[in-house]
Write a protein that binds this ligand. Structure first.
Ligand code: TMP
Length: 214
């Protein structure tokens, strides 16, 4: 039996570290598992990464450039998602390999939902399968930003305190909307030490595996 698990949280919440640890733990249990992420490493995801760093901007006919608007991004993330499901996620699940996805639909609801209607975002993501479990790592905006600063990497679009504070509200709304359509989402305290978060995630996935087997 293969499971599709998504990890979510604001920038700096620890989704990448914890996704890799979860895959390693599943593999150590003898369960085939793979790590993947969105934006993906495919063509659309690569394009999106350039948009997020600011390298790729909208070119206007007068020769000037400006950042892309949120609706364009929402559609691009949904395009990447449908492609990512077809190229990587569905084939892995069909082969019995569990997939741990570092960000998924909830990220679109939280980030693009700051500016856009949730019903429209759910509609454009309507072809994307629901995860068996979404783990939401909750951290305050300052904690996320401090971790990004400690990692000494350049800030991308959305990585300012005021924006991340809005994204947190977006997560609260997005979690409620997905629960309403029957999705299983567990919120975990992402400010705890890495090992404590890792154990909490393992306990939830253990519960999922037990529940699915019966
Ligand atoms: P990350 O790879 O460092 O997590 O960065 C991805 C960024 O893209 C992060 O700021 C969240 C954002 N994002 C969205 O705005 N919408 C989405 O649907 C996804 C998957 C990511």
């Amino acid at each position: 039996m293969a499971w599709f698990v998504a990890l979510e949280g604001i920038d700096g919440a620890g989704t990448t570290t914890q996704s890799h640890r979860l895959v390693a733990w599943l593999q150590a249990l003898g369960r085939p598992a793979r790590y993947t992420k969105e934006p993906s490493e495919g063509h659309w995801g690569t394009l999106l990464r350039r948009v997020l760093t600011g390298a790729l901007r909208r070119a206007r006919t007068d020769g000037s450039e400006e950042p892309f608007d949120e609706a364009t991004l929402a559609l691009a993330f949904a395009t990447d998602r449908v492609d990512h499901l077809a190229s990587e996620v569905e084939p892995a699940l069909a082969a019995g390999v569990s997939v741990v996805c570092d960000r998924y639909v909830l990220s679109s609801l939280a980030y693009q939902g700051r500016a856009l209607d949730l019903a429209w975002l759910l509609a454009i993501n309507g072809r994307c399968r629901a995860p068996d479990l979404t783990l939401y790592l909750d951290v305050p905006a300052q904690v996320g930003l401090a971790r990004i600063a400690a990692a000494r990497r350049a800030r991308e679009r959305y990585e300012q305190e005021a924006t991340l504070a809005e994204v947190l509200t977006g997560y609260a709304r997005g979690v409620a909307a997905l629960r309403e359509i029957g999705q299983r989402i567990v919120t975990l305290d992402g400010t705890l030490p890495i090992e404590a978060v890792e154990q909490a995630i393992q306990a939830e996935v253990q519960r999922l595996m037990g529940r699915t087997r019966t």
